[in-house]
Design a protein around this ligand. Sequence first.
Ligand code: PLP
Length: 396
Amino acid sequence: MLSERARAISASATVELSARVAEFRRKGVDVISLNIGEPDFGVPDAAKRAAVDAVKNDFSKYTAVDGILELREAICAKLRGDNHVEYGAGEICVSVGAKQAVMNSLLAVCSKGDEVILPVPCWASYMEMICLADATPVFVKTDDAQGYALDLDAIRRAITDRTKAIIINTPNNPSGAVYSEASLRGLAEIAVEHDLYVIADEIYEKLVYDGERHFSIASISKDVRDKCILINGFSKAYAMPGWRVGYSAGPKDVIKASKAIQSHMTSATCSISQKAALAALIGPQEELCEMVAEYDRRRQYMMKRMRTLGGMRCEMPKGTFYLLPDSSAYVGKAWGEKVIESSMDLANYLLEKGHIAVVPGEAFHIASKLRVSYSNSMENLVAGMDRMEEALNALR
Ligand code: PLP
């Protein structure tokens, strides 16, 4: 029999959906993907050149478990310049994506029975990772009337003597919320008062719009910094999800433990990818600026279309490349004999009838919403929204 751990875990809903889309495509159905969680842009040229050079130069040995020193130093410079927080190279652990950086952090700080607070909606993997670390996820709501802002009172109420950490993700997948500096200062006070770690996943930090500014909670003070584990990576800002480079920055003891854990799991991430990530970080940033401008254009277009749908209530998100419309107006409507009873049913209907893939809110611990990604070409977004409109209008 499989372990209790293996029996308890569910596969990622977003990965399963991608497999269903692939199955439709294999059967010749042209599905438009509005479920995508990765940039549809190319890798920066500097990163490509650095990878080719690394291959030619046989840069192919194991590297230090926590990453090559030049990359860790460049990350420190980035954190100082962009996020106004000081770290030394010994306080950085480069990992196999931000995903491993989150998992390392949880394994480093959680013991059996500890509780980890998770504001929802949130990325699907956090809950499973907390359980894999033998801890218990404690969900707290965010304020959806205020663009899914942190609800500090709800967080305070959720704290018990077993609470070990809170995971925040700003800009947020799936809500697109960008947490305000004031709310992060409030959260920092709570964390210091109750001696909680804040695992702050900032992987979407560059994807912000309308003059919004990403604020890093670790920059507040030395005391706060000592309770924070910052998570970031190259999958979103540099369109390098397949290259698998992410990192954590945090207190020395947490990073040392993360490094030890990683040394027995994967060792360092790919040596070639590390060279590419270094070049992306220190190279020209024009491609990133162009990508953000294009996402903004798509965001405006998608919102315009959402608003004409009538049944979808959708706030303008300030960050990421997702919309999170409320689709509850379609619950109770029918498609032939079949009644739509949840956003899961609606997403299935849109896939089967409209040939568009969106992710049901249930995957992010929020019912009655759909996550719609605009990480696709403008041409596909136009066609996708046409299909969505037609399919939704066909519901009775
Ligand atoms: N954190 C969040 C909030 C994400 O949405 C994702 C990917 O979708 C990740 C982390 C994973 O990043 P990586 O590809 O660097 O592992």
